[in-house]
Design a protein around this ligand. Structure first.
Ligand code: SF4
Length: 272
């Protein structure tokens, strides 16, 4: 779609209010900020008050059974809300949407929209089809999606520390972990978009960024590997502190350690 067409297209949200509840890891918190950005572009207005929301999205976690049990409990409360407020749209997004899509859409679970972690660009369409009376479901995993050019809407309140997502998914298939199944294969984000996002954060007063990924130190985009990305990020300003999470021991190279040693604004902390 060209830019002119895009401008003429009516905004589907038309000022309707969007509330998002986020569970689980920091990746999910970062994804929520991307979802708000995508929905705002379509005319939805973010609200922190569930009682005034027209659309409620629950960004879910599947890391443990009790994380999922909490969400099922929350969905029962949503069914009550829907009875009180006809027209309210309830969506489940994130890892649980990916893992339990059939259960979430069967019978009267009170779920209108189900979107996996790689389907967030499709959310406006899914919500629209739910408003038209159909279920909106998209749980396709992608080998490319990194939401690279989408500027997250920062929902943190401190204005000093920010998380910047640099890669998604994981190829390691550790026996106990659901991530490769719910978030798909590993893919890295274009370093130029990462550095641009960090520069914007710094210009807006942020003084600490944490580069974020499921397996952050296996980052690679063309010739740029994780030590090089870390160097470019730390070079934005000596006044910017840089951290990263979460790293895998097998990807802990000497070059990474040397880069950390060579730049005092890279924090001496390794989260494994
Ligand atoms: S490396 Fe981490 S995210 Fe990947 S499968 Fe193992 S535990 Fe899960």
């Amino acid at each position: 779609m060209n830019i002119a067409t895009n401008r003429l297209r009516p905004l589907t949200g038309a000022g309707r209010r969007l509330f998002i509840e986020t569970y689980g890891c920091q990746m999910n918190a970062g994804d929520t900020e991307i979802v708000v950005s995508i929905m705002q572009r379509e005319g939805y207005v973010y609200t922190e008050r569930i009682d005034e929301a027209d659309v409620i999205l629950i960004n879910t976690c599947s890391i443990r059974d009790n994380a999922e049990q909490r969400i099922w409990g929350r969905l029962s409360e949503m069914r009550r809300l829907r009875r009180e407020r006809p027209g309210l749209i309830v969506g489940v997004i994130g890892c649980m949407a990916e893992r339990l899509r059939e259960q979430l859409t069967e019978g009267d679970r009170g779920v209108d929209v189900v979107a996996g972690p790689d389907a967030y660009r499709d959310l406006p369409r899914l919500v629209r089809s739910a408003e038209a009376g159909a279920k909106g479901v998209n749980v396709l995993l992608s080998q490319e999606e990194t939401y690279a050019e989408i500027a997250p809407v920062r929902l943190d309140r401190n204005g000093v520390c920010a998380f910047v997502s640099i890669m998604r998914g994981c190829n390691n298939y550790c026996s106990y972990c659901v991530v490769p199944y719910t978030r798909g294969v590993e893919r890295s984000r274009d370093p130029e978009t990462i550095v641009a996002e960090v520069e914007t954060l710094f210009a807006n007063g942020y003084r600490e960024v944490t580069l974020l990924g499921q397996n952050v130190n296996s980052y690679r985009f063309g010739e740029v590997d994780f030590p090089e990305l870390l160097r470019r990020t730390a070079s934005v300003s000596p006044q910017l502190r840089v951290r990263f999470a979460t790293s895998h021991p097998k990807d802990m190279s000497d070059r990474l350690l040397e880069t950390m040693a060579s730049m005092p604004n890279i924090c001496r902390a390794i989260h494994l």
